[in-house]
Design a protein around this ligand. Structure first.
Ligand code: NAP
Length: 247
C-alpha cells in the first residue's frame, strides 16, 4: 500500500485523521513533537483495529528534523502518497498591541515554515517529474484565515492566511505532476488547542454564535481530509472545505 504522513497526530484533529486514514488502508506515519506516549497510543489503537502505523518524532519548524523524518519514511519500503499538514500552534489570547516579535516568529515558523518544508519534501517524493507515483496533500488551515481572530490571536489567523496562499500556489505548481493540494478550514473544534490559548472551554463559550450553534468534533474534520485525499476527489485541487458550523 502507501504511506500517509499526518503531522501533529498525537492528539486532536491529527489523531482522528490518522485513525481514519488507517481504516482506508494507508500505513500511517504518526508525527509528533513532544508527546511520544500519546503518539504511541495512537499507533497502538490503529494496530488494535488491524491497521498499520508507526510514530515519527520531528519538530516541523526545524528543517533538519523534517529532513530526518522524511528520510525515515524513505526507509519503509512503501511510497509516500498522502501528506496532511496538520501540526499547528497558537498562544494566549491577546490583542496586537501586546504581541512580541518572538511570539509572532514562533507561530509563523511552525504554522507556515513547517507546512512549506513538509510540502517541499512531499513533492520531491510524489511528483511525476521526480519519478514519483503522484499523491495528494491537505493543509489544515482555519476559519481564522477568513475571520482574523481579533482580540484573540491575529498572529495565528495570519499564519493560516499564509497556509491558504501556499495551498493555492502549490496546487497550481504541481497539478500537472500528479499531485493535488487542498485545504480544510475548521472552525470551533473540541481539542486541546484552546487550552494553549488560555481558555480550555472556549468552544462552549462561543458556540451559540455559530449558525449550527455547536462545536465540531475532530472526526468531522478528519472525514473531509480523508475525502480530499481520496480518489473520490480526483478533480479537486486548490480547493477549500470549511468545517465551521456555518460561519
Ligand atoms: P492540538 O490538539 O493542540 O494538537 C496539536 C498537535 O500538533 C499535537 O499532536 C502536537 O504534538 C503537534 N505539534 C505542535 N507543534 C508541533 C511541531 N512544531 N512539530 C510537530 N508537531 C507539533 O491541535 P488541534 O486542535 O488538533 O489542531 C490541529 C490543526 O487544526 C492545527 O493546525 C490548528 O491550527 C487547526 N485548527 C484547529 C481548530 C480547533 O478548533 N481545534 C480550528 C481551526 C484550525 P505534541 O503534543 O507531541 O507536541
Amino acid at each position: 500500500m502507501a504511506i500517509a504522513l499526518v503531522t501533529g497526530a498525537s492528539r486532536g484533529i491529527g489523531r482522528a485523521t490518522a485513525k481514519q486514514l488507517a481504516q482506508e488502508g494507508y500505513t500511517v506515519a504518526v508525527n509528533y513533537q513532544r508527546n511520544g506516549s500519546a503518539a504511541a497510543a495512537v499507533v497502538e489503537a490503529i494496530s488494535a483495529q488491524g491497521g498499520k502505523a508507526f510514530a515519527v518524532q520531528a519538530d516541523i519548524s526545524d528543517e533538519r528534523q523534517v529532513m530526518a523524518m522524511f528520510a525515515t519514511l524513505d526507509q519503509q519500503g512503501e511510497p509516500l502518497t498522502a501528506l496532511v499538514n496538520n501540526a499547528g500552534i497558537l498562544f494566549e489570547q491577546c490583542t496586537i498591541e501586546n504581541l512580541t516579535a518572538e511570539r509572532i516568529n514562533q507561530v509563523l515558523t511552525t504554522n507556515v515554515t513547517g507546512y512549506f518544508l513538509c510540502c517541499r519534501e512531499a513533492v520531491k517524493r510524489m511528483s511525476h517529474k521526480h519519478g514519483g507515483a503522484g499523491g495528494a496533500i491537505v493543509n489544515v488551515s482555519s476559519a481564522a484565515s477568513r475571520l482574523g481572530a481579533p482580540g484573540e490571536y491575529v498572529d495565528y489567523a495570519a499564519s493560516k492566511g499564509a497556509v491558504d496562499s501556499l495551498t493555492i500556489g502549490l496546487s497550481m505548481e504541481v497539478a500537472a505532476q500528479g499531485i493535488r493540494v487542498n485545504g480544510v478550514r475548521p472552525g470551533l473544534i473540541y481539542t486541546e488547542i484552546h487550552a494553549s490559548g488560555g481558555e480550555p472551554g472556549r468552544v462552549d463559550r462561543v458556540k451559540s454564535a455559530l449558525p449550527m450553534q455547536r462545536g465540531g468534533q475532530p472526526e468531522e474534520v478528519a472525514q473531509a481530509i480523508v475525502w480530499l485525499l481520496s480518489e473520490k476527489a480526483s478533480y479537486v485541487t486548490g480547493g477549500f472545505l470549511d468545517l465551521a458550523g456555518g460561519k
